[in-house]
Write a protein that binds this ligand. Structure first.
Ligand SMILES: NC(=O)c1ccc[n+]([C@@H]2O[C@H](COP(=O)([O-])OP(=O)(O)OC[C@H]3O[C@@H](n4cnc5c(N)ncnc54)[C@H](OP(=O)(O)O)[C@@H]3O)[C@@H](O)[C@H]2O)c1
Length: 340
């Protein structure tokens, strides 16, 4: 058995319970990952609050994770036991139901094509903060057909997605000028992400902004108002559903390990940095508090969960004491210097 957060009915964060779950067995192309860190996304709250995706109860929430491969299906070719991986385990574009077992658990299973090797310079917490938000951020530039040297106006530069959109605009997609909005306390934070200009939306209206931009990238769903800062015929990308402006292009993430691999050089050189909200990382026991904070809509970067306190990371021996059928496989294949 493993510990996992789960809910048996839709509702507010109070429906979340911490309990025992059967340890999953990886199927043909799947990895069993010992989760070391996870991250929350608004979709985890929305999915818990109402039936937006077909799901079987009980649901273990969580899409993002970073952890260590402890077992794998016979068809896995790219990863080995002991590999440190990260990814978004929920493929929203795939047919059928989302996985019942998410990442707010000690162990989770994921298809190998959805994960990538964790960059060595990132902690598990930093890596877990990235997948879903990064996959979303990249996609918006792609659907807009954004070209190097163009200018971009980011609505909401401080959130989980927005903090990556600002960095990617500047350091991955080569924008010549990046402007982003946020509230007063976050102006310096967004500037430090690489924005050339920050607009405090509590003081400035879109109508008062004179310059027009090659792309308006809306991460908060205000396209019915923000479209006014776009040049004529410039794309307005809105990642919220449904977009409030009829001409806005809705952009949805593509979940894959490949797009995380493409980010690797930028992460390893520090050009793009994970942003963990300073109220975290939260401990696994504090998941309800972490959701409460996420649901204020004021997060600065990503709300991250550490599965284990640094002085209490379970050992391989504690794994075996669970009477886990895979333990023998794991203890044979794990090198002795991999510590859980
Ligand atoms: N289409 C997709 O594939 C996809 C993927 C991921 C997320 N989403 C959606 O995109 C939205 C953002 O996700 P997220 O993870 O970035 O959320 P988040 O981290 O919770 O966003 C919080 C941020 O929003 C900012 N914000 C709120 N109102 C604002 C306003 N009027 N102007 C500027 N900034 C504002 C806040 O900054 P201040 O405190 O400064 O206001 C805060 O930093 C959510 O609705 C989510 O469901 C869609």
């Amino acid at each position: 058995m493993e510990k996992a957060w789960f809910y048996k009915e839709y509702g507010p964060k109070e429906v979340l319970q911490l309990g025992d779950f059967p340890l999953p067995t990886p199927q043909h192309n799947q990895l069993l990952v010992h989760v070391r860190a996870a991250a929350l996304n608004p979709i985890d709250s929305k999915r818990r609050q109402q039936s937006i995706f077909p799901s079987d109860f009980p649901v273990v929430p969580g899409c993002d994770m970073a952890g260590v491969v402890v077992s794998k299906g016979s068809g896995v070719v790219k990863f080995n036991i002991g590999d440190e991986v990260y990814g978004n385990i929920q493929d929203f574009n795939a047919e059928g139901k989302l996985k019942q077992l998410g990442t707010l658990a000690e162990f989770t299973v994921v298809e190998e094509h959805l994960v990538a090797i964790k960059p060595k310079n990132l902690s598990f917490e930093e890596a877990a903060s990235l997948p879903l938000a990064a996959q979303t951020a990249i996609e918006g530039f792609k659907v807009a057909g954004f070209k190097e040297g163009q200018t971009v106006f980011v609505i909401g530069g401080a959130g989980g997605v927005g903090s990556l959109v600002v960095q990617m605009a500047k350091f991955l997609f080569g924008a010549s000028h990046v402007v982003a909005t946020c509230s007063t306390p976050k102006v310096d934070f967004v500037k430090n992400l690489g924005a050339d200009e920050v607009v405090d939306y509590t003081k400035t209206r879109y109508e008062d902004i004179k310059d027009k931009y090659d792309l308006v990238y809306d991460t908060i769903g205000d396209s019915k108002n923000s479209f006014v800062v776009a040049k004529d015929d410039a794309p307005i990308v809105d990642i919220t559903w449904p977009p409030s402006y009829p001409k806005a292009i809705y952009s949805s993430l593509t979940v894959s390990g490949e797009n995380l691999e493409q980010l690797r050089p930028y992460l390893e050189t520090g050009k793009i940095k994970p942003v963990i909200d300073p109220t975290g990382p939260y401990y696994f026991t504090d998941v309800v508090e972490a959701f409460r904070y996420l649901e204020t809509g004021r997060a600065r970067g990503k709300v991250v969960i550490s599965l284990f306190r640094p002085d209490n990371v379970p050992s391989l021996a504690s794994w075996e004491s669970r009477n886990n059928p895979m333990a023998e496989v794991i203890s044979q294949k794990m090198s002795v210097n991999v510590v859980y």
